[in-house]
Ligand binder design. Sequence first.
Ligand SMILES: CC(C)(COP(=O)(O)OP(=O)(O)OC[C@H]1O[C@@H](n2cnc3c(N)ncnc32)[C@H](O)[C@@H]1OP(=O)(O)O)[C@@H](O)C(=O)NCCC(=O)NCCS
Length: 216
Amino acid sequence: MHQLGLGGELHGGGGAMLGGASVYQSRMQLMLTSQPTLATSRLFLRPFCMADAVDVRRLAGDERVARTTLALPFPYPEGAAEEWIAKHPGQYEARSEITFAITLLENEVLVGAITLMAVSKKHSRAELGYWIGTEYWSKGYCTEAVVQIVRFAQEQMELSRITGQCLAGNPASARVMTKAGMLPEGRLRMHVRKGSIFDDVLLFGINLPARSIHYP
Ligand SMILES: CC(C)(COP(=O)(O)OP(=O)(O)OC[C@H]1O[C@@H](n2cnc3c(N)ncnc32)[C@H](O)[C@@H]1OP(=O)(O)O)[C@@H](O)C(=O)NCCC(=O)NCCS
């Protein structure tokens, strides 16, 4: 049910360690997945673990975060974070969906989540979803995570196209995708129902260098 963006689910499992990841390291001893971790200049992206559930509920349970997503429930139910996190290892093993906790490199604090959803090996593509806790908005964290995830998708998952979508009334998300190099690809008019209204959806995408057109 936890969905990043407008489409899929969001939270994740364990791998390479970086300096300062001690709490994470101990948490990861409880995890059984081989999902890698990723680092940027300010962020450490890692699989979620059950110990994150309290923070997930606090951050994703904020009405301002739920407001522009379709799948985050509000009010956020008791147990929903645990349920969501428990699905991640299986989703990673199936390579159907890959979710990373977005944490600060300097202090390991959880600030949000990012997911590659609807991963299609056949079509060599996936869709992005993400949220960031309100107290961490507009610091560039989401854009930094998106850039890193696109690189991960390209280099480690051998995907050649990443898409994303957001409600027309979500300029921050549209800005994130634009800043990360994704291009606007259209608008689906009154495509989704959010509360009592039908809202437009904006489409974004990036075709990576490996993607080429083959004519028969
Ligand atoms: C969308 C979201 C993930 C962005 O996270 P973030 O870490 O604040 O994003 P960044 O800081 O990397 O970039 C946000 C950009 O949007 C801009 N922005 C924020 N609010 C804006 C608004 N109301 N109008 C226009 N631009 C806005 C910021 O100024 C920034 O752009 P800048 O760097 O050019 O100044 C966060 O707002 C969020 O979690 N929202 C709720 C959940 C959600 O909507 N998820 C996405 C569903 S598609």
